[in-house]
Design a protein around this ligand. Sequence first.
Ligand SMILES: [Zn+2]
Ligand SMILES: [Zn+2]
Length: 239
Amino acid sequence: MMKLHLLGVNGPFPESRGATSGYLLEAGENLFQFDLGSGVLGALTALTAPELLTALFLSHWHFDHAADVPVLMYRLQALDRVLPVFGPADPDSALYRLVRSVPCFNFSEVSAGNDLDVSGTRIRVNAARHPVPAVGYTVSFDGKSFGYTGDTNTLPSLAEDYRGCSLLLADGLFPREAWTEGKPHLSAELAARLAADAGADALVVTHLNPFIPRRILLEEARVIFPGTRLAEAGAVIDL
Ligand SMILES: [Zn+2]
Ligand SMILES: [Zn+2]
């Protein structure tokens, strides 16, 4: 059994009292944190001591996904603890260079196509299309699977990467009228199309921009994938 905690669901900046991308996945005894955006560390600390995470997985190094990483560093240093961190290589990112240079993070570089065994759990690394190096992840545990796209626009491989997910957590920032092929994100409608093409059991659309009305995203997505939910900070989803 897996359980997903939505800690931060906004991007690229938070709404009032909100947080940008951050999701905690419980998979048996393991605690996998996906992204650690602005405001996520406090929300995570309300659930568990962050140094007890099995590992932190970063989709990419944009600040709305990794801003709390250097703050987590202070806590780990205070406790003299080391945390495994997985993420794509991005030498242009100051956060990437920081994580590689301090001993409290045990960093492993990942790239699309990697098949990881992390503390007995299978985690596959998926491609993403974004202006900086970025990946998504699929976690398989106990007959279920959780897919997280990170930030991405369309990519032919996505439907295969997220095939049959029990739960797909997908970037769907744009309403239809604002999306173009050259943008850094999917639309909610295209996230729904991905969930349908992949045969996902459930879809949660995330990376919600405070300036974009949620109602429009939900309406457009539900035409394609009727069970679509929008991410809500604090929500807990069993899968
Ligand atoms: Zn983002
Ligand atoms: Zn991004």
